[in-house]
Design a protein around this ligand. Sequence first.
Ligand code: ZN
Ligand code: ZN
Length: 310
Amino acid sequence: MPFSVTILGSSSAIPTPQRNTSAQVVSLDGTLYLIDCGEGTQIQMKKFSIRFQKISHIFISHLHGDHFYGLIGLISTYCLTGRTTGLHVHGPSSLQEILSLQLQLTGTEMTFPFFFHSIDPGLHKKIHEDDHMEVFTLPMVHRMPTCGFLLSEKPRPLNIRKDFLEKESLSYEDIRRIKKGEGFINREGIVYPNAQITYPPVRPSSYAYCTDTAYSESLVPLIRNVDVLYHEATFMKDSLPKAEERFHSTAEQAATIALKAGAGQLVLGHFSPRYKDLAPLLEEAKAVFPCTELAEDGKVIAVESTRDHT
Ligand SMILES: [Zn+2]
Ligand SMILES: [Zn+2]
């Protein structure tokens, strides 16, 4: 599975024996990104065999405790185990103050380069880019400044046809050029147009993490045609006044956003601990958007394009 999400926590506010607070790991071709880091996230990562030393970027949505209280513990473990590779944390500017104070007063000796990137939760903006992925902020509507994240895979290079690879002996440089779209001329002077010797790569996929938020249609154009949408569903629609008062969403509202955005698939999460049985939430959402599933701690979700190339 080249692009996937592992749910590490799907409970809102407080952990339960079955559900930890918010955190998830996005994996793309072996690169790991951590989104939110509720208390106990490192235990969840061990439980679900996540190689958490490989995480180089952490994105924090907002400063409610259920989304970041595990961060100092994770950083401490990195220090105690002698991590040497750099770590980038992206989050609201006050998080830097919190972490600095925690690290200073606990006398933590950093063993690795640490980079803090302050993000403006009110903006839709690219905040990270590497060889394979781009990450954008998504403004949420919550009781404090909060942003979701859109993780968008970059277009992959063209694939070279196998029969052509077997017929011609290509140098590394030839392969690089053909994959970028150039044609090829062999030693006998035979010209091969690029379209004849390549086939298109899989369409890039995208994943949106939207929590915590009240129902907000201004999100729709920012996540249009996203392949997998994780949207909070803290409450059911019979608790709509409570959802509105606390700036959270109902399962039906999450499904409405997925429908309006043309998402490929919806994953509900951030459930109120009041719900012991989540089947009614799933049913409520499916009535609006059938391709819905429930987040579950340890569940791995493939982020795949369900659409064709055109
Ligand atoms: Zn929360
Ligand atoms: Zn919150």
